[in-house]
Design a protein around this ligand. Structure first.
Ligand SMILES: [Zn+2]
Length: 349
């Protein structure tokens, strides 16, 4: 792999993680997706709900779909207190990583910055019960600097406004990279790498390829269900993030970031798809890891497998540390290799 590959991955990834794409407002990322996907496709489409799709080689056989979810974890404002603090709700969060988090609130009047309030730890000596109380998101509030409900409202804040963690993406040592929203910004970038490679070699490809970003994965694989029904692929591979080894994670979690993309094996992953993925990885010396997974639910693969009488499905994952936090960590090489793996897979069909 060359540095050009890594540069390309970083460039796309930074754009994607900077775009607000909380579950429910994925449409905000559509102009960016059009910019990134349209140049490498014969057809680019967006559906009613904000799923996007780039088609290469329409009319080819078989019909292949690569899907990654565009949504990321966020929050939604529930209420404003009399003194201007915001009550909120979120899905998929550990409240301990939300505590003290900086947020961007996406109002009709523009972005408003805020912080999730914390308590001074000094007081826990006196108020022991406060220090020992289990953190719950419903007890937390966001401080935007407003002194009253009216002042907060004047900024465009009201119940139903979405918010997203406010952290800049950042390089770590050794091609590691941190940002919120790498689940599944990393997967989306992986399929875009594959798209570019397939587009460059489209004359040698027999398949009709659909590169798809799905909405609302985090609340139940909603977009994957829509897209699998509409496209009716013969073969599909979902690309998502998986838990990478890190301190304190139980020992059975053996997948490592930086050691290559992960191919899942288990009942919902079709043997032909798995064997072909593994075969091309070996042939082209793409580093990869195997993750046995007997249950399989929790990624778009789960919805796609049973669409329209059954699709031959697979799952490729990017190893990720600190999942569902604002400081998710991946290795950029895994994304490049993942894209290469999908490209070689299509070439083989
Ligand atoms: Zn995910």
């Amino acid at each position: 792999m060359d540095d050009v590959g890594i540069e390309f991955v970083r460039e796309i990834l930074v754009k994607i993680v900077r775009a607000p794409r909380v579950t429910g407002i994925e449409y905000m990322a559509l102009p960016l997706l059009r910019d990134l996907m349209e140049p490498f496709s014969d057809i680019f489409k967006v559906d009613n709900w904000g799923n996007s799709e780039a088609v290469i080689n329409p009319g080819g056989k078989p019909v292949v779909m690569f899907a990654a979810h565009i949504d990321q974890l966020g929050i939604i404002v529930k209420d404003i207190t009399e003194d201007g603090f915001l009550k909120f709700e979120g899905v998929g969060w550990d409240p301990r990583v939300v505590y003290g988090m900086r947020v961007r609130l996406l109002t009709e009047k523009g972005e408003v910055k805020g912080v999730v309030s914390t308590l001074p730890p000094h007081i826990f000596k006196t108020y022991k019960e406060l220090g020992e109380k289990k953190l719950e998101i419903r007890d937390l509030t966001i401080d935007v600097g407003a002194s009253s409900r009216e002042e907060a409202e004047s900024l465009g804040i009201k119940p139903g406004v979405y918010g997203v963690p406010d952290y800049n993406p950042c390089d770590l040592f050794g091609d590691y990279f941190t940002s919120p929203g790498l689940d599944d910004g990393a997967g989306v970038t992986t399929i875009l790498v594959a798209q570019k490679r397939i587009w460059e070699h489209r004359d040698e490809v027999d398949a009709e390829v659909h590169i798809v970003t799905t909405i609302q994965e985090e609340i139940g694989l909603r977009g994957a269900e829509m897209m699998a029904y509409r496209i009716k692929p013969d073969i599909a591979v979902a690309v998502d993030a998986t838990f990478a080894r890190q301190p304190r994670l139980p020992e059975e979690f053996v997948i490592k970031a930086g050691k290559g993309p992960v191919i899942s094996k288990g009942p919902i992953y079709h043997w032909e798809v798995v064997n072909t993925l593994e075969g091309v990885a070996r042939e082209f010396k793409i580093p990869y890891q195997i993750e046995p997974d007997y249950r399989g639910y929790g990624t778009d693969t789960w919805a796609i497998q049973v669409a329209r009488g059954g699709v031959k499905t697979g799952l490729v994952s990017i190893p990720l540390r600190n999942m569902h936090s604002p400081v998710e960590v991946i290795n950029l090489r895994d994304v490049w290799w993942g894209g290469e793996l999908l490209f070689r897979f299509v070439e083989r069909l």
